[in-house]
Design a protein around this ligand. Structure first.
Ligand SMILES: CC(C)(COP(=O)(O)OP(=O)(O)OC[C@H]1O[C@@H](n2cnc3c(N)ncnc32)[C@H](O)[C@@H]1OP(=O)(O)O)[C@@H](O)C(=O)NCCC(=O)NCCS
Length: 252
C-alpha cells in the first residue's frame, strides 16, 4: 500500500511536475516565502473559527450554557436569536487576533531572519519548491534539543494556486531525506490545522498521530478570558520514525 503511494508520487513528479525543483532557501526568496507563510496562516482563521467548532463539544456546551444564562437574565427572545451570530463573530474575531499574534511572533523570530535562523547551522534548514521558476512552497526544520535525535518539521505551506500537485509531498520528502542523511531518529511536528489537507499530507508521508493537546496555546502568547472562550484549538502531534519507515528505507 505504502509502496503503491510512493510510486504514485514518483509518477506524479515525472509526468506533471517536471519543472518542480526543491532547493535550499536563498535570500532572494525572502519576500515570496514570507507571503506564502502569511497566506497559509491567515487561511486558518476561518477554519479555526468555524470548522474547529465541530471538534470541541466542550465549547458548544459552554455556548449553550451562556445562552441559557442570557435567557434567564434578559428573558428576551431577541437576545437568544442574536446570540449564535455574536458567538460566531466572537470566534472569528478571536481566531484572527490569535493567529495574527502568532504571525507577529514568528516574524520577530525565525521568519525575520530566515538565513540566520535556518541556513547557518547544519542542524536546521529551509527548502523552497520552485515550479516554472516561481517559488510556490516552503518547509523548514530544526533539530530538537531533547535526546533521541529528532528533527522538527515546521512552516510547511504551499501557494494556493499550486495545491494538490504534489508540492507538499515533494517538500516533505526533502525534509525526510535530510533526516535520513543526517542520521536523525525521527521527524516530529505539531499542527493546529482543522482542514484535512495538512493531516492527509502528513499521513501520506508516513507520519503517525501520537496524540493531541486540547486548548493549546503557542508558547509565549497570552490569552485574555474572551480569547479563552472563543479560541480553543487542538494541537495534533505527529511523528515519523525515519529509521524504520518503509518509505524512508527507499531513501537510504
Ligand atoms: C497542507 C498543504 C501544505 C498541502 O500542500 P499540497 O501541495 O496541496 O499537498 P500535495 O499536493 O502534496 O498533497 C499530498 C496529499 O495530501 C492530501 N491533500 C492535500 N490537499 C488536500 C485537500 N484539500 N483535501 C484532502 N486531502 C488533501 C492528499 O492525500 C494528497 O495526495 P493526493 O493528491 O495524491 O490524493 C497546503 O494545503 C497548505 O499550504 N495549506 C495551508 C498551510 C497549512 O495548513 N500548512 C500546514 C501547517 S501544519
Amino acid at each position: 500500500m505504502e509502496e503503491k503511494k510512493y510510486r504514485k508520487d514518483v509518477q506524479k513528479a515525472q509526468k506533471g511536475l517536471q519543472t518542480l525543483v526543491v532547493r535550499k532557501f536563498e535570500p532572494a526568496d525572502n519576500l515570496k516565502v514570507q507571503q506564502i507563510f502569511y497566506d497559509g496562516m491567515i487561511e486558518r482563521v476561518v477554519d479555526t473559527a468555524f470548522r474547529g467548532l465541530r471538534h470541541h463539544p466542550e465549547s458548544l456546551l459552554l455556548y449553550t450554557a451562556m445562552t441559557a444564562v442570557c435567557f434567564v437574565v434578559t428573558k428576551s427572545w431577541w437576545v437568544i436569536g442574536l446570540l449564535p451570530a455574536i458567538i460566531l463573530y466572537g470566534r472569528y474575531f478571536c481566531s484572527r487576533r490569535m493567529i495574527q499574534r502568532y504571525l507577529e511572533c514568528a516574524m520577530t523570530r525565525d521568519m525575520k531572519d530566515i538565513e540566520g535562523f535556518y541556513m547557518k547551522s547544519p542542524n536546521s534548514c529551509m527548502w523552497v519548491a520552485v515550479l516554472e521558476g516561481k517559488v510556490v512552497g516552503m518547509v523548514a526544520t530544526v533539530s530538537q534539543p531533547k535526546p533521541g535525535g529528532a528533527v522538527e518539521l515546521r512552516r510547511m505551506s504551499v501557494d494556493r494556486s499550486c495545491r494538490r500537485c504534489g508540492v507538499g509531498v515533494a517538500l516533505g520528502q526533502k525534509l525526510v531525506e535530510f533526516a535520513v542523511t543526517n542520521r536523525y531518529s525521527s521527524v516530529v511536528l505539531g499542527t493546529s490545522a482543522y482542514s484535512p489537507a495538512a493531516h492527509k499530507l502528513y499521513q501520506r508521508l508516513g507520519f503517525q498521530s501520537v496524540g493531541f493537546t486540547n486548548g493549546y496555546v503557542t508558547p509565549g502568547i497570552r490569552q485574555s478570558l474572551l480569547e479563552q472562550i472563543f479560541y480553543r484549538v487542538r494541537h495534533h502531534h505527529y511523528e515519523l520514525n525515519v529509521q524504520n519507515s518503509k518509505m524512508t528505507t527507499k531513501l537510504k
